[in-house]
Unconditional design. Structure first.
Length: 363
């Protein structure tokens, strides 16, 4: 009975996590956070699936298919690391160097594909044989190494959190404690599975996967019941972050930013936090903190508010102008982004705003 429950729970988690990955990619605008979540979920779905297949004793005719969970295990902790970074430093921009923690996993996939193509017999070893006989295959060694690499990455996560957050303020922030709890849960899960592998405790793998499946479902339900939790995370993190504005003249910085907005640097649709910070003569993380803590906004809202003001001026001066052309003139990359920012700022769509101007124009 318990074994049947474990099998159902793990299989449900595999299917659910895979569907959640696809839904997230389709429904949400592409951002680094969406990318890291997708990789995390997909790798988790693969691992859940193969634990279920091993639990049921189901193996593919093509032996290399039976071990896809091994490379997947190398992608979990790096994704958790970048998620922590993105939540704590939302101003950080995506760079190719952020793929470096995934380097071992990517190299493993390439090597895995080459071995599957040229030496397929290397995959004849069944995943459960190590637990039954103690015979350590190179695939088992890679799985154990992947879990150890995960612990290294969790150490980096903890170092990053400790370096950037004030733990005295952290105690006051319930939302942030939830986020830290998720990271700690991932770390403890990695430790548990590593111990289960080292001591060849197969039932521990199944039991741990079942517990992790229930934990994953709980996180999803909790997030669904609290849709604005992300905003609470953002505010909690900004409150708990150690200030990096020491030595910065905040009044002078505000004047510099106002001057830059008067010069309409926001008309450049590719304007980034780093570029605006360079113009203002500070570091990008200092600009982000200044906008969050002092101005009560963030980079996107700050820049878009000035773009919308410019758009309102252009619409008022030429009510016959194309809304799309004005959107591009004001630095928006698409009409959809323009409409969303305009309505957020004014409460009206650009078209409704134009209609509201017509009585004044007619008079």
């Amino acid at each position: 009975m318990l074994s049947h429950f474990m099998g159902l729970t793990i299989s449900f988690a595999a299917i659910f996590t895979l569907l959640a990955t696809l839904r997230g990619l389709v429904e949400r605008a592409f951002t680094p956070v969406v990318l890291w979540i997708a990789i995390l979920r997909f790798a988790g779905a693969v691992i859940f699936l193969f634990i279920y297949l091993n639990h049921q004793g189901l193996y593919s005719f093509y032996p290399w298919l039976n071990h896809l969970y091994v490379p997947a295990s190398w992608f979990l902790a790096p994704s958790m690391y970048w998620l922590a970074v993105c939540y704590i430093e939302p101003e950080r921009e995506f760079t190719l160097s952020q793929w470096l923690p995934y380097g071992p996993g990517i190299a493993l996939i390439v090597a895995y594909a080459a071995i599957a193509l040229f030496l397929p017999d290397q995959f004849a070893h069944l995943p459960v044989r190590y637990f039954q006989t103690g015979q350590l295959h190179w695939l088992d060694s890679l799985m154990i190494a992947g879990l150890m690499y995960g612990l290294v990455m969790y150490g980096m996560i903890w170092h990053f959190i400790g370096h950037n957050l004030d733990f005295q303020k952290l105690k006051e922030q319930g939302a942030l404690r939830v986020l830290i709890g998720i990271v700690v849960g991932g770390f403890l899960g990695t430790v548990f599975f590593l111990m289960a592998y080292l001591f060849r405790y197969m039932d521990g793998i199944y039991g741990g996967a079942t517990a992790l499946a229930v934990y994953t479902m709980w996180i999803w339900v909790f997030s669904a019941r609290h849709p604005h939790l992300g905003e609470k995370y953002e505010k909690a993190i900004q409150h708990a972050r150690s200030s990096r504005l020491e030595g910065v003249d905040l009044d002078q910085l505000k004047l510099r930013l106002e001057k830059l907005m008067e010069e309409k640097v926001f008309l450049d649709e590719t304007l980034s936090v780093a570029e605006l910070a360079d113009y203002a003569g500070i570091k990008h993380y200092q600009l982000s903190e200044f906008l969050n803590r002092v101005m009560g906004t963030n980079f996107a809202r700050y820049v878009n508010s000035h773009r919308v003001q410019e758009a309102r001026r252009l619409l008022a001066s030429d009510s016959e102008a194309s809304i799309l052309s004005i959107a591009y003139q004001c630095g928006f990359s698409s009409k959809a982004n323009f409409n969303l920012a305009f309505k957020t700022e004014t409460g009206l769509s650009p078209r409704d705003y134009l209609k509201s101007l017509k009585p004044d124009l007619d008079s």
